[in-house]
Design a protein around this ligand. Structure first.
Ligand code: ADP
Length: 269
């Protein structure tokens, strides 16, 4: 464990750290991580993404770099570059356990201490290129060993900006979101805000948004608990196309540019 007041070596050049949390799986935590990262990259920031969802790492597939590998250098693990920095955009690099697994169907059956050790390594032994403006950490659903490991490791690491809580209109009424919020309070994580994902469906033909599930619950919950509300992201078939198509770097950017949710997410960051 990092001793008191000591920032893990690989985080010393990181300006902001954000955690993405959700009470349940499938509500769009990895999607919000992907969208937030792309929005920040488009604004010119250098972004690192750390996928600590050890049992279901989906970010290599979402970023279209599933067949890539992370390399071990003398200084530590070298992340996969999703986008290099250009004149108009920042860079995006990714570390995920998914790169260390043999195939998409390989699974991790690890007890808590092994997961904790892996997370420690991810936080301390990664050689992020240059200075990262943002490190976004995608976590598993709920409050598991991975969350406790992150809480212990980041306790002394400045600058941990805090957690983004992702919910859907249906999930908002359940106890899981509140549990997540209580967890943050217990371990001393600031809450950056709540995002309501899958909040309505944008028709690709007429661009009208239909609220399939009731929407607005995320905002009501934020008000009730006195938390900042970051906004609602609709279901966007273009985003599904983007993450389901194995694309090269340029195609991915191109598909992202066409997403209806892009201006919404970019308005949030
Ligand atoms: P989680 O990380 O919470 O388990 P994911 O981000 O993997 O959830 O999302 C589950 C599925 O829903 C993925 O296939 C993803 O592409 C899709 N999805 C999530 N959010 C949206 C959205 N706003 N529009 C379209 N599809 C979405």
């Amino acid at each position: 464990m990092t001793s008191e007041g000591q920032v893990p070596r690989s985080l010393s050049n990181v300006r902001h750290i954000l955690l993405v949390l959700s009470g349940k799986g499938g509500v769009g935590k990895s999607s919000v991580t992907t969208q937030t990262a792309m929005a920040l990259v488009n604004k010119g920031f250098n972004v690192g993404v750390l996928d600590i969802d050890l049992t279901g790492p989906s970010l290599p597939r979402m970023f279209g770099v599933e067949l890539h590998q992370i390399h071990q250098s003398r200084a530590g693990w070298v992340p996969v570059t999703v986008y290099p920095r250009t004149e108009t955009r920042g860079s995006l690099s990714l570390i995920s356990l998914g790169f260390l697994l043999g195939s998409r169907s390989s699974s991790v059956v690890w007890r808590g201490p092994k997961k904790t050790a892996m997370i420690r390594q991810f936080l301390s032994d990664v050689v992020w290129t240059g200075t990262l403006d943002y490190l976004i950490i995608d976590t598993p659903p709920g409050t598991s060993d991975e969350h406790i490991a992150i809480a212990e490791e980041l306790r002394w690491a400045q600058p941990l900006d805090g957690a983004i809580i992702v919910t859907t209109p249906q999930q908002v009424a359940t106890a899981d979101v509140r549990k997540e919020i209580n967890f943050c309070k217990k371990v001393g994580f600031e809450i950056v805000g709540v995002v309501e994902n899958m909040s309505g469906f944008i028709c690709p033909h007429c661009a009208e948004c239909t609220n399939i599930f009731l929407s607005g619950g995320g905002e009501a919950l934020s008000k009730q608990l006195d938390l900042p509300y970051l906004g609602n992201i609709p279901i966007d078939p273009r985003f599904v196309e983007m993450v389901e198509t194995q694309s090269d770097e340029n195609k991915l950017i191109d598909l992202y540019e066409k997403c209806e949710l892009k201006p919404i997410v970019e308005g949030m960051v």
